[in-house]
Unconditional design. Structure first.
Length: 128
């Protein structure tokens, strides 16, 4: 009996890890750009409510205008109100930028930090 190395459910996770490991293998260093990629994966995992797997491959191969928010968020949660939806879309765009295959095309963590802080400031102003 042949044993499977991985199931079809493991393949997306393997693809994600190969992208991360390929740049690590090339430099033999964990760089800020590796951390940025990991931040993108973690952000997607928090929003999706589980490991994003196929979602990252889908997200990176689709044009942003063809992606619907309902396909990206945790289905156990209520759909967000328009204000939260707008902020969530901004965070998803940042996460998508972090997942770029080319490390040099990814933003810096400083940029992400500033963008998230600005997003937080905008939410606080809207609530006042």
């Amino acid at each position: 009996m042949r044993q499977k190395i991985c199931s079809k459910y493991d393949r997306p996770r393997i693809i994600i890890n190969i992208i991360f490991l390929a740049e690590f293998a090339y430099t033999m260093k964990v760089t800020e750009k590796c951390d940025v990629y990991s931040f993108g994966v973690l952000t997607m995992e928090v929003i999706k409510g589980k490991h994003p797997g196929d979602l990252i491959v889908y997200l990176m191969s689709s044009t942003p205008g063809n992606i619907e928010l309902k396909d990206l968020i945790d289905q156990r949660l209520l759909y967000p109100n328009p204000k939260v939806e707008k902020n969530l879309i901004s965070v998803l765009k940042m996460a998508r930028a972090c997942l770029h295959v080319d490390p040099q095309s990814r933003p810096t963590m400083q940029f992400i930090s500033r963008a998230l802080s600005a997003e937080d400031d905008m939410m606080n102003m809207a609530e006042s």
